[in-house]
Design a protein around this ligand. Structure first.
Ligand SMILES: NC(=O)c1ccc[n+]([C@@H]2O[C@H](COP(=O)([O-])OP(=O)(O)OC[C@H]3O[C@@H](n4cnc5c(N)ncnc54)[C@H](O)[C@@H]3O)[C@@H](O)[C@H]2O)c1
Length: 364
């Protein structure tokens, strides 16, 4: 979608808009001339850097309401008169949901309810696009897996080729899975019960610039940050678990397409990830970082974490068929881009491009 196409559009509200995904979407929308409102309580460490960057880059085209999605009045104020709400604000980690499930429930389930009510009560309810998670499909223990090199893969050929579709049975695991799953169902039901224009993205692993990954969430960025700090990594499980990774710019394309096509997409959930062409295991990422950074991070192993899927790859064909979308940045390119962004963020020089690195390697 080009900038001019978006110029005529109304205000966009992004809850959790100072976070990783919110910042990337806000930047794209504001760059196209659109006014962007953020609602964020700035609770995630590091996101204040994103907010500063957005405001320096876009001035008053980007405004912020520092508020909590648990506060219905603040959400109503922020949602007033907007064309679309991208609802991203969340308690984002399975691990922390296990420690404080009440907080997880309040933010993810009640917070989403507040957003939906703030939309529903308007004369013309804005479209609402919500970020759910692959965790709504549970641990998938019924899928027979086998080992290939440093990764798991399904024994079933069709599953290997396509990934998991939206017809997979819902099976909420962990407080995070339950709160996100409940929110996911409320968002979909608003289309059914009230005719609202709502849609759900059930997302796998997203990565890219402006991501302050930690051990609890955002593992691609977390691994790179540890490597840059020269610190070891802990892998929970055997490191052979596989995810389909999606570079955030590709996800932003998908959000804008979803908004544009919301009339026909309303009431539907879509699995979103890099798909079968962009899969990587934890150990494979460690190796890739080793080649990028010139030194493979040291790795320690701990027990499996609750609800961790050994293999999850999205079948993205439903969204692709509906909108023509497909991911453009492959895992190797994307990890390099994120590595370079992290270097730039830290004021360090970029890694040489893949081509020049190869020339260098041949010459030496
Ligand atoms: N990044 C991924 O791989 C991934 C995968 C699946 C789903 N998701 C979902 O996508 C959304 C965005 O994820 P992200 O990676 O950008 O996370 P993020 O943590 O970078 O962004 C979330 C933002 O929400 C804010 N926030 C948290 N609690 C809040 C509250 N109570 N009120 C207002 N703001 C609050 C945080 O300060 C943060 O800026 C989340 O809903 C997450 O669950 C992300």
């Amino acid at each position: 979608m080009n900038g001019k196409e978006m110029n005529n559009k109304g205000i966009v509200l992004i809850t959790g808009g100072s976070g990783f995904i919110g910042t990337n979407l806000a930047h794209r929308a504001a760059s196209s001339g659109r006014r962007v409102r953020l609602l964020d309580n700035l609770s995630r460490p590091g996101v204040e850097n994103n907010l500063r960057w957005l405001q320096e880059t876009h001035g008053d085209r980007v405004s912020i309401e520092v508020a909590d999605v648990r506060d219905p009045l603040a959400v109503q104020r922020a949602a007033a008169g907007v064309e679309t709400i991208f609802h991203f604000a969340a308690q984002v980690a399975v691990t922390t949901s296990l420690v404080d499930p009440a907080h997880d429930f309040d933010v993810n389930a009640r917070g989403t309810f507040n957003v939906l009510e703030a939309a529903r009560r308007q004369e013309t309810p804005p479209a609402v696009i919500f970020t759910s998670t692959n965790k709504v499909y549970g641990g998938m223990e019924d899928v027979t897996l086998r080992r290939r090199g440093n990764r798991y893969e399904p024994a079933d050929e069709i599953l290997r080729a396509r990934g998991f579709s939206e017809s997979r049975r819902l099976d909420f695991h962990s407080p995070y899975g339950c709160s996100k799953g409940a929110a996911d169902q409320y968002v979909l039901d608003c289309a059914r019960s009230y005719g609202m224009r709502t849609a759900v993205f059930r997302m796998s692993c997203i990565y890219g610039p402006h991501q302050f990954g930690t051990e609890d969430q955002g593992w691609v960025a977390h691994f790179l940050i540890r490597a840059l700090d020269g610190r070891p990594l802990t892998l929970y499980g055997d490191g052979m678990q596989v995810r389909d990774v999606l570079y955030v710019e590709d996800l932003v394309d998908a959000f804008l397409l979803a908004e544009k096509n919301i009339g026909s997409l309303a009431g539907q959930a879509f699995n979103m990830g890099g798909g079968p062409a962009n899969t990587i295991s934890l150990l494979e990422l460690v190796d890739l970082i080793g080649t990028l950074h010139g030194r493979r991070p040291e790795v320690f192993f701990e027990d499996w974490r609750t609800g961790d899927q050994r293999y999850y790859v999205s079948d993205v064909s439903k969204f692709a068929a509906a909108t023509g979308w497909s991911p453009r940045v492959n895992a190797r390119q994307g990890v390099r881009k994120l590595y370079n962004w992290l270097l730039e963020f830290r004021g360090l020089a970029e890694a040489p491009s893949e081509a020049s690195a190869m020339v260098g390697a041949q010459a030496s």
